[in-house]
Design a protein around this ligand. Structure first.
Ligand SMILES: Cc1cc2nc3c(=O)[nH]c(=O)nc-3n(C[C@H](O)[C@H](O)[C@H](O)COP(=O)(O)OP(=O)(O)OC[C@H]3O[C@@H](n4cnc5c(N)ncnc54)[C@H](O)[C@@H]3O)c2cc1C
Length: 402
């Protein structure tokens, strides 16, 4: 990844030396926060990570990411990979299409990913403070005063930072307390289930059921015996009910449930604000760095972290953030075009995924979606018409996708 390489080149050394005395408080010790902390600490900046949970045992979640995670994280990625996916099967109304992937997608375990990133940040010199809740931030003559609260009855404390990075998720308190607008969120729920006997562990299944959700259901195998069956909805109770009914229909018993609200990307969220003599940045879910077509936020959150680290170190614009913005906007276009698809549109879509379109989908990984669209346009103009119809239908009620 060119920007990753940029961060590691010696040409940045002088600029970094210029910033070396700037202290950084990263709020939120999860994927985006720890990755930012590691990149900055590795460059010699004094970094503290403020995380409210008391031990490094964040909620378990089975996630699917593109192979790009490997190039972003290198060996750190290895510790959290459970399985590799080589094809997608798409179902709607009795129809099916198979999409092979050129580069396998990865099934990962969130807790292990976070633990690996925390260990790396610690080795690079970041100070990790668990059981500590961010409360507020305000400027003083020297920089920023960060007010924190020790969770185990330790009371409030103030600490100094020149830069605050909010990696504190969809309901980011850093963003709210420094003037960013709240983000719209949607519920995402998954059930851990025994893998159905007719299912191969290298294949993900996706079902489009527009009467239940404008998004989709999925089943991702984490091993040859278990998988995560999930759905994205619009309201919490309805999403839970849809998931339960879907499980019943497929005669699957949930072994466990995982869920949380995730932000809906509706426009680019500027990642930086000046506060007196200091700066505040947002990374990951806090900045809605989530692909709104598939609601995946790990790789895009890591890219956001990389871009913000680049911006802090160089004091200038970041190429990674520019490219991330293009990617997120493209996924927004896809979501807006599909958000009001009816059953007949999905049936048409699956029918249209003929051999040539499938090939063009599999020649890229899922994160390079703009290239996919270009190839599909060239080979399947009808798909584009379908998308345009969705966009036009969406126009009067655009807010539905926001
Ligand atoms: C069930 C489910 C399945 C998903 N599946 C996928 C998937 O398959 N692929 C994919 O790419 N993405 C998936 N996502 C989305 C993905 O998990 C998120 O986009 C990603 O984890 C966001 O990471 P983050 O580091 O930005 O924020 P978070 O992981 O939300 O971390 C925020 C951190 O900040 C801490 N914090 C919050 N407030 C404070 C405070 N005041 N003080 C101190 N600390 C604070 C929290 O404790 C937490 O550790 C899924 C989400 C869910 C809920």
């Amino acid at each position: 990844m060119h920007s990753h390489t940029l961060l590691e080149t010696d040409t940045l050394h002088d600029t970094t030396a210029h910033h070396a005395s700037r202290s950084v408080a990263v709020i939120g010790g999860s994927a985006a926060g720890f990755f930012t902390a590691n990149l900055l600490a590795k460059r010699g900046l004094p970094v503290r990570v403020i995380e409210r949970i008391e031990s490094l045992e964040p909620a378990e979640r089975t996630l699917i990411v593109t192979h790009r995670m490997r190039s972003l994280l290198g060996r750190t990625a290895d510790g959290c990979i459970l399985n590799e996916i080589r094809r997608f099967e798409l179902f709607t109304d009795g129809r099916a299409a198979t999409v092979p992937l050129k580069h396998p997608d990865l099934i990962i375990e969130r807790r292990k990913l976070i633990q690996g990133l925390a260990a790396e940040a610690g080795q690079s010199g970041a100070k990790i403070e668990l059981g500590t809740r961010f409360h507020s931030v305000h400027p003083n003559g020297r920089g920023l005063v960060v007010e924190i609260e020790r969770c185990a009855g330790g009371g409030r404390e103030e600490l100094h930072a020149d830069v605050v990075v909010g990696g504190d998720g969809a309901a980011s308190r850093v963003a709210r307390s420094t003037g960013w607008a709240p983000l719209k969120t949607v519920p995402l729920m998954q059930a851990i289930v025994p893998l159905p006997k007719d299912m191969s562990p290298d294949t993900v299944r996706v079902w489009f059921v527009p009467q239940d959700t404008p998004y989709f259901y999925w089943l991702i195998p984490e091993s040859s015996t278990r998988g995560a069956l999930g759905v994205i909805g619009e309201s919490g109770p309805e999403t839970k009910r849809s998931l339960e009914l879907f499980l019943q229909k497929r005669k699957l018993d949930a072994l466990d449930f995982q869920g949380a609200r995730i932000p809906v990307y509706s426009r680019w969220v500027p990642v930086q604000r000046r506060l007196g003599n200091g700066s505040v940045y947002l990374v990951g879910d806090a900045a809605a760095q989530v692909k709104v077509s598939t609601v995946g936020g790990i790789v895009t959150g890591l890219r956001g972290a990389l871009g913000v680290a680049e911006a802090i170190l160089t004091g200038g614009p970041s190429r990674e953030l520019r490219s991330l913005r293009r990617e997120l906007n493209f996924h927004l276009l896809l979501r807006r075009s599909m958000h009001h698809f009816q059953q007949s549109d999905y049936s048409h879509l699956v029918d249209l995924l003929n051999a040539s379109a499938r090939q063009s989908l599999s020649e890229h990984d899922r994160d390079e979606a703009w290239k996919i669209l270009w190839r599909v346009c060239v080979q399947q103009p009808k798909l584009v018409l379908l998308g345009l119809r969705g966009l036009l239908m969406n126009r009067p009620s655009r807010r539905a996708a926001e």
